[in-house]
Ligand binder design. Structure first.
Ligand code: PLP
Length: 446
């Protein structure tokens, strides 16, 4: 048996770690060191010429972080990856690596607010313009937005906050027809529920801050690559550019494709962007993420099961206008959820509060068990009024286009007993409306 044949649940606790190489430590050690002995000038030369794997300086790579990178790659079926200091760093380095010479990225309005605002504000200042396709169900219209200088298609597989599910296979086909990669932010789904590379995605991004690590105790990002995209297709001259820093033992400059043909994208992020702008993940955060990933399946399974119970409670609730959860048969994304998320559409969803702004505020101020947080994917259940917080950067018009209604409340369901969560929501509704809600029994899942 080899690691290549291990299944997901084995890989999440075992992949990319051999205790014999680490003083037989059972738990991945935290290599809390800035630098590494180069072991002589001959070895240093081989390390710096990428002829021998090894560690030089923790700004660029670190053994604890390395296990996280390779374990995450194993879970997603990726050829390799890089872990960074945040999900935003992962998104930023990906876009810069794709379109650093100036160019366009095609995306959609269904994004985390920070991503959407960065696309609008920061990247245009750097010569990268982001076009938005405003109807994901009209793929022909989306394709017409791809221009000669478009360098990538960027989507969230399950969008923040309202669970728009992307048709990854169809979008990958479109992207590839135009010689550009499909980049998928898979933060909400996690590799347990969805592995985008299996459907043709080229780059997968995580805010590992969220359900991947799952305990709300770190900030981290990951970029993974399929290893299949033809970066030498003429659209990405930066991957062909020979660099002196990548020279071989004979001093001949090479490009990133020549040095690491299976992982040129993340290798280039490491040698160019991480090395010179330094959004480095610390080994302690990497360790926490590794411990979190060990229980990824178990956590997400229980969180999806809790979510279904809370969704059902809210669907029949007299104080709730609507519930958006893609696994519901009357969701416009039900078919896509069936295809891409057969184990469930995750533990984050939104509902429409039947009340005015003051009542929404009173409701949020009244919950006692749910935490009022902007994070998601925590072991604890979280509540947030997204239009004012996580998506508060968007103008009312941009919120309308992204289908973020003013009465939207986002929940991220944790690992508590669902009856306690329902009792908490019951008492918060009662604090606003003077009595607990009547909750009609629904057959939500039929
Ligand atoms: N992607 C998604 C879908 C997110 O929800 C977030 C944060 O909320 C990010 C990326 C950014 O990640 P981080 O907060 O780790 O920088």
């Amino acid at each position: 048996m080899s690691e290549n044949t291990y299944r997901f649940d084995t890989l999440k606790v075992r992949a990319a770690y051999n205790s014999e190489e680490h003083n037989h430590a059972v738990s991945v050690p935290i290599y809390q060191t800035a630098s590494y002995d180069l072991g002589g000038t001959a070895r240093a030369e081989r390390l710096f010429r990428f002829e021998e794997p090894g560690w030089r300086y923790s700004r660029g790579s670190n053994p604890t972080v390395g296990v996280l990178e390779q374990r995450a790659a194993a879970l997603d079926g990726a050829s390799g990856g890089i872990a960074l200091a945040s999900g935003m760093a992962a998104i930023t380095y990906t876009l810069l690596n794709l379109a650093e010479n100036g160019g366009r990225i095609l995306s959609t309005p269904w994004l985390y607010g920070g991503t959407a605002d960065g696309f609008k504000k920061i990247f245009p200042r750097l010569g990268i313009h982001v076009d938005l396709a405003e109807d994901l169900s009209d793929l022909d219209a989306l394709e017409t937005l791809i221009q000669p200088d478009t360098k990538g298609l960027f989507i969230e597989s399950v969008s923040n906050p309202n669970g728009v599910v992307a048709d990854i296979e169809a979008l990958a086909r479109i992207a590839h027809r135009h010689g550009i990669p499909l980049v998928v932010d898979n933060t909400f789904a996690t590799p347990y529920l969805l592995r985008p590379i299996e459907y043709g995605a080229d780059i997968v991004i995580y805010s590992a801050t969220k359900a991947l690590s799952g305990h709300g105790n770190l900030i981290a990002g990951i970029v993974l690559e399929s290893g299949k995209f033809p970066w030498d297709n003429g659209k990405f001259p930066q991957f062909m550019e020979k660099q002196y820093t990548l020279r071989n033992m004979d001093g001949e400059p090479r490009n990133s494709l020549e040095v690491f043909p299976n992982t040129p994208f993340t290798f280039r992020i490491r040698t160019d962007y991480l090395s010179y702008t330094g959004a480095t993940l610390g080994p302690f955060e990497a360790y926490l993420a590794l411990v979190g990933i060990e229980t990824l399946s178990e956590r997400v399974r229980k969180q999806v099961s809790n979510t279904k119970i809370i969704v059902e409670y809210l669907l029949g609730n007299e104080y709730v206008e609507w519930v958006k959860y893609p696994s519901l048969p009357d969701s416009p994304y039900y078919k896509l959820a069936q295809k891409y998320l057969p184990l469930g559409a995750g533990a984050i969803f939104s509902f429409g509060f039947k009340g005015d702004e003051k009542q929404i505020e009173a409701f949020i101020d009244s919950v006692r068990l749910f935490s009022y947080h902007v994070n998601v994917g925590d072991a604890r259940s979280l509540i947030v009024n997204s239009p004012k917080t996580t998506h508060g950067e968007l103008t009312p018009d941009e919120q309308r286009i992204a289908h973020i209604e003013p009465n939207l409340i986002r929940l991220s369901i944790g690992l508590e007993d669902p009856s306690d969560l329902i009792e908490d929501l019951d008492q918060a509704f009662a604090a606003v409306f003077g009595k607990k809600p009547d909750v009609r029994k629904t057959s939500a899942w039929e």
